[in-house]
Design a binder for this molecule. Structure first.
Ligand SMILES: *Cc1c(COP(=O)(O)O)cnc(C)c1O
Length: 357
C-alpha cells in the first residue's frame, strides 16, 4: 500500500477513484464514457447541478452566492478576481502576504490597480501568519490565502473588513467548519482537496460583481459563467465529475464537522510526534500550523537525511519531500488521507529516532 502525502495533485478517496474509473468506461449505464458525451446532455448537467448543490450544502451558503466551475487553475483567479473587482478608476486592493501564492496574486493585481500589502511574514520565510495589521477601508477588496501550502501555515481567524473579503482556499477548502458567509469570494483549484487538476471552484457573492466599471473579456468575466451555470463553454467534465464524487463522499460521511474532527486527529498525531521527536523540528509557528500541510526538518540533515529518506520510502510513503523554499519534509494530510497513513508516518519517525538518536 502506498501512503500518498503529495502536496498537489494529491490523494483522493479510493471509492471516488473506483467510481470515476467506472464512469470513464460506462457512465450512468449509457454504455458511453463520461468523457465522450455532450456536456449539455441531461446526464452531465445533473453532475454539474449536484456539484454546485453539494458545495452550497457543505459550506452552508445562503441565497445570494453563485458557485461556478472554471478552468485555468487558482493562478488564473489571481488575475480574474482583480480584473472583476478592482475599480477601473483608481482601483486599490489590500493583500496579506503569507507566501509564494499570495505573492503571485499580488503581482497580478498590480496589473489592474494599486496594491497595499497590509501584513507580511516574508522576513521569517513565511513561518507565521501576520496579525494585528490595520485593515484599510478605502479598498475594493481584501485578499488573503487561507492555507499556505508551501510553508505549512493556515489562517485560523479572518479579519473583519469593510471591503469584500476574498480568499484563496486552494489547499484547505472543505477541511473545516466555519462561517463561510464572512467571505465574498472564495476560489480553489480542485487538485488539492477536491478532485483532479483542471477545475477551479469559484464561489462569489453576487452583489460584489458588476461594480468595477471595467471592460472585461467575456471568458474572464464572472457574470458570463454565472449566467450560463458554468456552461458558457465546455467545462472540464472529468474534473467536475470527480470533484462532485468527492463532495458526495464528504457529505455522506458527515460533512465538514466529520472531516474537521478527522483532520484535527491527523494533525495532532503528526505535530505531537514532530514536537516530541529529538531528531526533527516543525518549521511553522505552533499557533499558525496548518491542518493540511505539516512542514518539518531534520535537526542534522548531513547526518540523517539519507537514512531517513530510505526509511520512509521503504514504509510505502510517497510525496514527503518539502518544497524547495522550505526544504526538509512536508506531510500533506488532505481530507482524503486516512488516519492510518498518518500513523504509518508517525511510526517511521519514532522508529528512526530509536535507531539514530
Ligand atoms: C496550488 C495552489 C495554487 C495554484 O493552483 P493552480 O491551480 O496550479 O493554479 C494557488 N494557491 C494555493 C494556496 C495553492 O496551494
Amino acid at each position: 500500500m502506498v501512503h500518498n502525502f503529495s502536496a498537489g495533485p494529491s490523494i483522493l478517496p479510493q471509492e471516488v477513484l473506483n467510481e470515476a474509473s467506472e464512469a470513464i468506461k460506462n457512465f450512468d449505464n449509457l454504455n458511453l464514457s463520461l468523457i465522450e458525451i455532450s456536456h449539455r446532455s441531461k446526464n452531465f448537467v445533473a453532475v454539474m447541478d449536484e456539484a454546485v448543490a453539494l458545495v452550497k450544502k457543505l459550506l452552508k451558503l445562503p441565497e445570494g452566492y453563485s458557485v461556478i466551475f472554471l478552468q485555468g487553475g487558482a493562478s488564473l483567479q489571481f488575475t480574474m478576481l482583480a480584473q472583476n473587482l478592482m475599480k477601473n478608476n483608481a482601483g486599490r486592493a489590500a493583500y496579506l502576504d503569507t507566501g509564494v501564492w499570495a505573492n503571485k496574486a499580488i503581482k497580478e493585481a498590480k496589473l489592474f490597480g494599486e496594491v497595499e500589502v497590509v501584513g507580511s511574514s516574508a522576513d521569517k520565510n513565511y513561518n507565521f501568519i501576520p496579525k494585528g495589521y490595520a485593515t484599510p477601508t478605502n479598498v475594493d477588496y481584501f485578499h488573503c490565502t487561507s492555507n499556505n501550502t508551501i510553508f505549512g501555515t493556515q489562517m485560523h481567524a479572518f479579519p473583519k473588513v469593510e471591503a469584500p473579503l476574498v480568499c484563496d482556499m486552494s489547499s484547505d477548502i472543505f477541511c473545516r467548519e466555519m462561517d463561510y458567509t464572512q467571505f465574498d469570494l472564495i476560489y480553489a483549484g480542485a487538485q488539492k482537496n477536491m478532485g483532479p487538476a483542471g477545475a477551479t471552484l469559484v464561489i462569489v457573492k453576487d452583489e460584489i460583481l458588476g461594480k468595477s466599471g471595467r471592460v472585461i473579456p467575456t471568458m474572464l468575466d464572472y457574470t458570463t459563467h454565472i449566467k450560463k451555470e458554468s456552461m458558457f463553454n465546455t467545462p472540464p467534465v472529468f474534473a467536475v465529475y470527480v470533484s462532485m464524487l468527492t463532495l458526495r463522499w464528504l457529505d455522506k460521511n458527515g460533512g465538514l464537522s466529520w472531516i474537521e474532527a478527522r483532520n484535527r486527529k491527523k494533525a495532532d498525531l503528526i505535530y505531537n510526534e514532530i514536537d516530541r521527536n529529538s531528531l526533527f523540528f516543525g518549521t511553522a509557528e505552533k499557533e499558525d500550523r496548518s491542518l493540511m500541510n505539516a512542514t518539518f526538518l531534520l535537526k542534522d540533515e548531513a547526518a540523517h537525511k539519507e537514512a531517513f529518506d530510505k526509511m520512509w520510502k521503504e514504509a510505502g510513503i510517497s510525496g514527503l519531500n518539502g518544497h524547495r523554499d522550505v526544504g526538509g519534509y512536508r506531510a500533506s494530510i488532505y481530507n482524503a488521507m486516512p488516519v492510518e497513513s498518518v500513523q504509518v508516518l508517525v511510526d517511521v519517525l519514532k522508529d528512526f529516532e530509536q535507531k539514530h538518536a
